[in-house]
Design a protein around this ligand. Structure first.
Ligand code: FES
Length: 160
């Protein structure tokens, strides 16, 4: 596991981030950050998925509805997806999600999609630290019930 830094300078609030990382790129980059002993904010709980295209919008909504203050998705760079177009699918879904949560008044910084290759360990560090700082400034997520209501309305498979 990576070494971590903790900055509790802003009112003591420590955001919880759920991070869905592609097995072939961002997850490996996070692993490399760990073995390289890079220090970054320990606020994310990483969930490994086989492709960013596997991240159903329902996963994101349920994370927010169940206590996450932000959700990060990490996938392979365009053109590098092991399943050819999974990351393009992830991008389309992400744009849809942004519009959905914006209608609830949710700040767009709570959702983030990044392309991070296996070699870009430092990018993982930067993104984790940036997102944690942004969420510290925004404060706790307070739209759980509204998000839960949207999640309940979603079909099992969202068309993309
Ligand atoms: S395999 Fe990494 S985003 Fe598709």
């Amino acid at each position: 596991m990576p070494e971590t830094t903790t900055d509790t300078s802003s009112n003591g609030f420590e955001p919880r981030i759920v991070a869905f990382f592609c097995n072939w790129c961002t997850y490996l980059a996070a692993d490399l950050a760990g073995t390289s002993r890079m220090k970054y904010a320990p606020n994310a709980r990483v969930i490994r998925v086989m492709c960013s295209g596997r991240v159903d919008p329902q996963f994101v909504l349920e994370a927010l509805a169940n206590g996450a203050d932000g959700v990060l998705i990490g996938g392979c760079h365009p053109g590098d997806c092991h399943y050819q177009e999974g990351n393009y699918k992830a991008l389309r879904r992400f744009k849809l999600l942004q519009r959905m949560v914006a209608d609830l008044g949710v700040e767009e910084e709570r959702l983030r999609l990044e392309w991070i290759s296996a070699a870009e360990a430092d990018r993982v560090r930067v993104v984790m630290d940036e997102m944690t700082d942004q969420l510290r400034r925004l404060g706790p997520f307070r739209h759980e019930e509204a998000v839960m209501a949207i999640a309940a309305q979603q079909p099992q498979e969202v068309p993309v």
